[in-house]
Design a protein around this ligand. Structure first.
Ligand code: ADP
Length: 606
């Protein structure tokens, strides 16, 4: 870009050439016109002079020739003296010719042999009939130009002879040649001087242009700090002023653009949604950090790639489909291990009524949303299912009673007991559901109080020991004697323990032993409830805290489980900022652990 302009390509050189050519043409025209004119004038003057002399001579000759003489030879002598002494003309030969075209005298002594000879000149013939004639001829021997003149010698009675004048005019041409030489050297000097002047003057024209060029190059590199110097008020200076204004405007525009770009960049960077921009062919030209995170890609990997491939949509969409895709598209990136769903919204980049320039895609993570939605659907299905089973059972027993079983004193009470059990189970289920929905509601609050957890645990176990006697289950306690004060909601914590301990009892064999421990662990207290029951297969352990999850549905239902006990326990422990987990060996027993923090709950105390 920063190419140097060679001298022969520069404006300066062009100007010099133009000026010199113009001058040359002007001088040529002037020179030609002037010398031609001068030459003509000089020749004409010379002819005039010759004519004047000729006429004067002719007048004198008339006298000599008309004089009556006895001796004709005196005429020749008189004429000779007239021609050679009185009317001699420099560089000219004059011949006198009589009526019979005979030469009767010549001014050229060397040429005297022609006297007495007849002249063959056409012009002489013409002069003899009274018509003067003149022309320029070249001397065949010397090549010199000669003025040739024939003047009639007339009396009142008509022409009596003629004068023939031959004069060299080479001198005139030599003079003109000399003047030409002077003109040429003058032209050469003036050309040289003007060429030098042009070199200097052209600077004033080219300097601002060179300046502007330099400035334009700097602007190309983002430097707007300088201005072009304005020297005068001519067109180039106007251009320089406009150029300076342009520089300022461009600078402003660049600053604004940079600012906008920064703003856009920071908006894009801090957006919680992923944004991808593509060109009109659907190739990615920009994506923000969030989009990189959401798609687990680095921008350099996907820039220039078709968006359909990156979003794994190429099978179901063409890029043109996305242009008028007003609904959002769900992108399922789930694997066997984890669920991952993104929602994509598309909008086109288009100038008013113009062609489509590209596409903006906004991505957000809807995995959680979809999961909640899925859970909600499952929950409704589960609840319906859980309620339908006891209701169907009750219906069939009641129908049986209606059909006559009521009259059977043995069957009737049993059937009634079944319906009662089912009713109780439904009540338990509905209560559990209510409890969960309360925990789920936003304004759920614990009523916290400081309690010595050891004592509290003892009192709960005491209550269970009384019920457990009939199933012959023993409780062992490993509870630290050291007072362990934690802040808990007593009722809720009772429920947690009830659910866990009743499970331990439910799934323990007759005569089993349930061990309950309480110990300090860092910033927490840890409670464990272990039984020697059937245990939980490893693959099911992760799910037992889910709502309605039961390892062995038939068995759980037979012991009156709703599948919600551990789910409630988990929610309540979490509400206390604790953790809950299971450790179990299938066939050997189960231990449920949970922790509670010592630290107080700020802002949740009532
Ligand atoms: P349920 O009311 O059916 O007991 P829970 O939520 O309390 O529901 O327990 C979920 C499932 O976990 C139970 O159905 C059972 O299969 C299993 N489970 C819970 N506690 C024990 C335990 N102590 N021993 C064996 N299995 C258990």
């Amino acid at each position: 870009m920063n190419r140097k302009v060679g001298f022969f390509k520069s404006i300066r050189f062009k100007l010099i050439i133009i000026y010199v050519l113009l001058l040359l043409i002007a001088m040529q025209i002037i020179g030609v016109y002037f010398t031609r004119q001068l030459e003509d004038q000089l020749v004409a003057n010379h002819f005039d002079l010759l004519k004047e002399r000729g006429n004067l001579l002719a007048y004198n000759l008339t006298k000599e020739m008309t004089e009556v003489r006895e001796d004709r030879s005196t005429l020749t002598t008189d004429i000779r003296s007239l021609l050679q002494d009185i009317f001699s003309i420099e560089n000219a030969e004059v011949q006198v010719i009589d009526q019979n075209r005979v030469v009767i005298g010549t001014s050229n002594f060397q040429n005297r042999h022609i006297v007495g000879q007849q002249s063959t000149e056409v012009r002489v013939t013409r002069a003899l009939i009274g018509t003067p004639d003149q022309t320029i001829l070249r001397d065949p021997q010397t090549g010199h130009r000669m003025a040739v003149l024939a003047v009639p010698i007339v009396t009142d009675d008509g022409p009596i002879g003629a004068l023939y004048i031959e004069a060299s005019i080479e001198e005139i041409y030599e003079q003109v040649q000399e003047i030409n030489g002077i003109l040429a050297s003058g032209a050469f000097i003036s050309l040289t001087i003007s060429a030098l002047l042009v070199v200097l003057l052209a600077r004033t024209i080219t300097a601002p242009i060179i300046d502007m060029r330099k400035q334009a190059l700097r602007m190309g590199h983002g430097d707007f700090s300088r201005q072009v110097t304005v020297y005068s008020t001519d067109e180039i200076s106007q251009l320089a002023i406009s150029f300076n204004e342009l520089t300022m405007k461009l600078h402003d525009a660049t600053v604004t653009r940079d600012r906008e770009q920064k703003r856009l960049k920071s908006v894009l960077t801090h957006m919680t949604d992923g944004v991808i921009a593509t060109d009109e062919r659907g190739r990615i030209i920009l994506l923000n950090k969030r989009a990189e995170e959401l798609l687990s890609v680095a921008s350099y990997q996907v820039i220039g790639q078709p968006i359909l491939d990156v979003l794994k949509l190429s099978e179901s969409f063409a890029i043109y489909d996305l242009y008028d895709q007003s609904d959002s598209v769900l992108l399922d990136f789930s694997t066997d291990e984890s669920e991952y769903m993104l929602e994509a919204n598309f909008s086109v980049i288009q100038e008013e009524n113009g062609p489509i320039n590209g596409l903006i895609t906004v991505l957000h993570d809807v995995t959680e949303q979809e999961k909640i939605e899925q859970e909600r659907r499952e929950f409704v299905a589960n609840v319906s299912h859980e309620l339908r089973t006891p209701l169907t059972t009750m219906k069939s027993y009641l129908e049986a009673l209606e059909d006559g079983a009521i009259a059977d004193p043995e069957i009737a009470p049993r059937f009634l007991e079944v319906t009662q059990n089912e009713t109780e189970r439904m009540i338990r289920l509905v209560n559990d559901l209510l409890q969960l929905s309360k925990i789920d509601s936003r304004d759920y609050r614990l009523t916290l109080q400081w309690i010595d957890f050891g004592q509290f645990l003892h009192s709960v176990i005491d209550r269970f020991e009384m019920i457990a006697e009939e199933k012959n289950i023993e409780f062992s306690r490993a509870i630290t004697a050291h007072p362990t004060y934690v802040q808990i909601d007593r009722d809720k914590m009772t429920q947690v323990l009830d659910n866990i301990i009743s499970n331990a009892m439910k799934y323990s064999p007759e005569g089993g032993n349930v061990v309950i421990t309480l110990l300090h662990q860092g910033h927490n207290v840890r409670v464990s409830i272990s039984d020697q029951g059937m245990g939980i297969p490893r693959e099911n352990q992760g799910k037992i805290f889910d709502r309605f999850y039961r390892v062995d549905k038939a068995r759980a239902r037979s012991v009156g489980g709703t599948g919600l006990g551990l789910a409630i326990a988990k929610e309540l422990v979490h509400a206390h900022r604790g953790e809950i987990w299971v450790q179990s060996e299938y066939g050997e027993g189960t231990t449920i652990y949970f922790t509670l923090p010592y630290s107080t709950f700020k802002g949740e105390e009532e």
